[in-house]
Design a protein around this ligand. Sequence first.
Ligand code: HEC
Ligand code: HEC
Length: 456
Amino acid sequence: MHRGLIVGVVTALLILAAGAVFFSFGGGAFRTAVTNILGVFEGWYGESLQPGASMAHTWTDAERGLIASLSIDRLPTLLPDPSNAVGDDSDAIALGHALYFDTGLSPDGTVACASCHKPELYFTDGKVKANVRGVDTQRHTPSIVGLAYNDWFYWDGRKDSQWAQALAPQETAIEHGGNRAGHARYVLERYHSQYEAVFGPAPDISDLSRFPFAAGPVEDEATHAAWTAMSEEDQRTINRIFANIGKSIAAYTRRILPGRSRFDDYAAAALVNDQRRMAELFSDEEAEGLRLFSGDAQCANCHNGPLFTNGTFHNIGLPLALGDSFDQGRSLGTLQVVEDEFNCLGAYSDATEEDCIELRFIKIEGEELLGAFKVPSLRNVANTAPYMHNGMFADLDAALRHYNAAPPAFPGHSDLNPLALTEKQSGALKAFLQTLSAPPHAPQELLRPPERENTN
Ligand code: HEC
Ligand code: HEC
């Protein structure tokens, strides 16, 4: 206990004892004075130390404000994505739901989005690097829960919408491994009426001399050559269907939001300073972890707001994982997103130029972008190991050891400061991170593949 508090309590007891002597003289005024003095002590030693609560749950007003700012109750209503006119359309959600789980969007019928972003693993895959074809992709699979609130997508932010993002894996050889002409044909055949219900009459792409089975700007040379041989107008026809496939998938993934965790209940109790409730919800250790997270350990400098991310990019000086070459991260991602034909300002976007503020004012160059990666949300972090863009940390202990040491970055500049936390403090931080878990918030039927009759 705080030494001053002991002194205070003893003094108060002495005053009370003295007061008792005077009570026979009808000392009502005195009783009030004693109560007031105790009230002052209460004010000095913890804002209002309520009976039954430990100091662990005593927060200043400023601290309570910061805790509340992390609560899911502060998550704003999801605004429409102006670049995706069907983003909130129920038919588009249904189509996207089907496409998300459909392995038919890969030439050998084996890979779907859900192969790597698995609902049962909080939309991750549990692997160091994504791998569905015996070859590692460059990076680790991030969760897609709550991503609709982001401005940038991928670890390096090389996409500026969820629909534009959803196109890339379809044409990556070691992911879906398909091509846009093939996928356009597949979707128009397999989901014809569903497609038309969302996007209106589908173009006729039955002429194989103009629209080959396999064509797209992909690695495979023959497929690439078939694409460059197409007229620009026919390419645009395919691109539009391809973009619509992405827009449907994004309408679905937008619906996958984070659920209410034990931390959020704690934040609600902290907001009204209900210490008894706080003590019911969090152990002293978890509260100590929250205190470090939002204070001395500086985590909330970057992991802030209801999604525990500031949505920007930082270099945190991760050492190179064995066998990896240097990953430039954001400094390359900025160049790619401004060149992307499917970006907010592009021909397939539904946005006006005014809507594309993020892209128009993007900072393309700067030393701080080198080796910088997107700050991931920490909601459900205890369930989404391994960690970081390269998946190099197998568990939270390893990640916390990195933050504690904060080695300098090479190349680039690390935005971290070494922390020198004790083992007990690291344990508390980890205990706190484990309070952020909750099943995704979405209609239950969206968390599993759709029933067959939804397709035609
Ligand atoms: C082979 C596994 C794999 C498949 C299949 C796959 N993804 Fe991913 N996904 C990844 C990896 C790995 C990353 C991170 C890549 C990077 O940042 O460079 C990623 C990143 C993402 C992101 C960005 C996350 C963020 O934090 O910005 C979204 C959104 C996403 N995928 C959605 C999808 C959708 C939709 C599909 C289906 C069209 C899909 N993915 C198919 C592995 C996969
Ligand atoms: C300077 C900004 C910054 C600060 C401060 C910061 N982080 Fe991070 N955090 C990041 C970035 C950026 C990443 C992703 C880095 C990467 O993959 O290259 C990350 C990743 C993580 C991950 C991995 C999440 C995942 O899904 O892979 C955890 C866990 C984490 N941070 C926890 C913490 C904790 C705990 C603290 C405080 C001790 C903290 N962070 C402080 C920026 C920061």
